[in-house]
Design a protein around this ligand. Structure first.
Ligand code: HEM
Length: 518
């Protein structure tokens, strides 16, 4: 594990004293779930997988310790890693009330003051109130009525941009998808039309999101919280300066687009969006949160971009990669689209029921490469027991979504991209399980944006497949057509950049897209 902070001998000494006390206070005589034996003071610090692909290494440890849950202590902090659907259902779903908090995360939440954000917020009144609002706003009926028209418009705009620049290098592809998801989220949340991926609000949100997302919980101050009391001038306490910069950015991220929509409301130049709807609502559950109504609405709006933009971009990039590497899948999906949609219009949401194969491509994209391999860490609100193993209060819990979505006993040949696996067979009348039951997390923290995400992914993937043949930069497809793609660690696993080419599949493709834009 790479510490992200510089630290001096003095701060290490201070940390050691604090750790000894912590170590003594957290030792338990009860047996914990299986895992490597902890060492004095540092616990299992050296046993934790590092240097990338941690999810694969945790999955391998499950075989080594013959247990689907693994227990570690890291500098006094307990950590539980869940490697199977069954254990995730037992603990995170069925005992949701116990497993629904988030870890302390000193650097991000206490020093960067990102504690206003739902994704990282610990259980409490503000969490319950904010979660209710975000959940209501992104439930299926609201997504269908309010958000689908925005998705349709922005997906059509993406097709038009790709017709103009069919050959997209890795970074350009990210920009195309960032423009798409950013424009959808900025419009649904603030009624703001983003005209490029360089939009000012998208840019600020991106910087903040990148900082918050990169391996939260693994800065030295997270592993040894008493370090946060070191004065700013103290050798090794440079994290305070870093946190101050990021704190200011985080304030801008949630304040500037919100201020902007309120100014537009004052002049009457505004379309209905999350901010206007919430501000007009009399029964918002903000009381008891310690915030004013204005601050509460501002924070609910701020939640959406930070949790929703990058996740969808990564799912889309993984899909493009799969379409290049598995051309047979691409052809089957295009055959279905030609049959159901024809070649004189674009696919719509109403077509979905007649497009089972394309719908299964969406599912398989979320399974083949999980957007968030280790999910967002949960934390226990009280002690618990699982198969005789004691799990203390305050344990950080990682759900290894990769291990669940690549479990060979659940998904045959899990590394293959095979949408047919979801089709019913005599042996498996319901097909293999829908990966949504893990890809979007668990229990009371399950992703509230999952229906919105599913709609966005369906229309984007169906439309790209309908209009374009997707290939590598030389126009080739098949195994080996893209080499050396790596996935990053962190809350979201980004693939490294790879080039792709989007070539119109039929002569009238441009006209069809143009007609849909009118
Ligand atoms: C492919 C797209 C997406 C994936 C794979 C995804 C996945 C996830 C996962 C794994 C979690 C953590 C769940 C847990 O802690 O157990 C989560 C949380 C969350 N997601 Fe998504 N998400 C996606 C898109 C979106 C979108 C579009 C939104 C916008 C509304 C959104 C909003 C949220 C929020 C607000 C949370 C925090 C919920 C909480 O902590 O209570 N997500 N998502």
């Amino acid at each position: 594990m790479a510490f992200e902070l510089a630290f001096s001998g003095t701060s290490v000494a201070a940390a050691l004293v604090a750790l000894s006390l912590l170590w003594l206070s957290t030792r338990s005589r009860k047996p914990h779930p299986p895992g490597p034996k902890p060492k004095f003071l540092i616990g299992n610090l050296k046993d934790l997988p590092s240097k990338g692909y941690e999810w694969v290494k945790y999955a391998a440890m499950t075989r080594e310790y013959a247990s689907d849950v693994l227990y570690f202590t890291v500098l006094g902090t307990p950590l539980l890693v869940i490697n199977s659907f069954e254990a995730a259902r037992e603990l995170l779903d069925k005992k949701g009330a116990l497993y629904s908090s988030r870890p302390r995360l000193v650097m991000i939440k206490e020093l960067m003051r990102y504690d206003w954000n739902l994704l990282l917020m610990s259980y409490g009144k503000t969490f319950v109130a904010q979660r209710r609002i975000v959940q209501q706003e992104f439930q299926p009926a609201v997504v269908t009525r309010l958000h689908r028209p925005v998705i349709v418009r922005e997906v059509t705009a993406l097709l038009s941009r790709l017709l103009a620049t069919p050959d997209v290098g890795g970074p350009a592809m990210v920009d195309h998808f960032r423009h798409l998801t950013g424009a959808i989220i900025m419009m649904t949340t603030y009624g703001h039309q983003a005209t490029s991926a360089k939009d000012r609000f998208i840019q600020i949100a991106e910087i903040v999101r990148e900082h918050a997302e990169s391996r939260p919980g693994f800065a030295l101050v997270d592993l040894c919280p008493p370090l946060k009391y070191l004065p700013t001038w103290f050798p090794g306490a440079s994290f305070h300066r870093q946190a101050a910069i990021e704190r200011a950015l985080s304030v801008r991220m949630r304040s500037e687009p919100y201020q902007d929509v309120k100014e537009r409301m004052a002049t009457g130049d505004v379309v209905s969006c999350l901010a206007t709807r919430l501000l007009a609502q009399d029964d918002l559950p903000w009381e008891g949160t310690g915030l004013t109504k204005d601050e509460f609405v501002r924070d609910c709006c701020g939640d959406v971009y930070s949790a929703g933009a990058d996740t969808a971009i990564v799912a889309m990039r993984n899909f493009v990669l799969a379409m290049i590497l598995f051309p047979g899948v691409q052809e089957c999906a295009q055959e279905e689209l030609d049959r159901v949609v024809g070649r004189d219009r674009l696919p719509t949401f109403d077509d979905r029921a007649q497009l089972p194969y394309v719908s299964n491509v969406v599912k398989e994209s979320l399974r083949w490469k999980a957007v968030s391999n280790l999910g967002v860490p949960h934390a226990t609100l009280d002690s618990d027991e699982y198969r005789g193993g004691y799990i203390p209060k305050g344990t950080t819990v990682l759900a290894n979504l990769y291990a669940m979505l690549h479990d060979e006993s659940v998904y045959a040949e899990p590394d293959e991209f095979n949408p047919d696996r979801y089709a019913p067979t005599p042996a498996k009348p319901s097909g293999e399980p829908d990966p949504a039951c893990a890809a979007f997390g668990f229990g009371r923290r399950v992703c509230p944006g999952r229906y919105f995400a599913d709609d966005t992914l369906f229309l984007t993937m169906a439309s790209l497949l309908h209009v374009f043949r997707i290939a590598n930069a030389e126009g080739a497809t098949g195994p080996g057509a893209v080499k050396d793609v790596h996935w990053s660690s962190g809350l979201v696993s980004h693939p490294s950049p790879f080039p792709a080419m989007f070539t119109p599949r039929f002569g009238a493709a441009g006209d069809v897209v143009h007609a849909a834009q009118l």
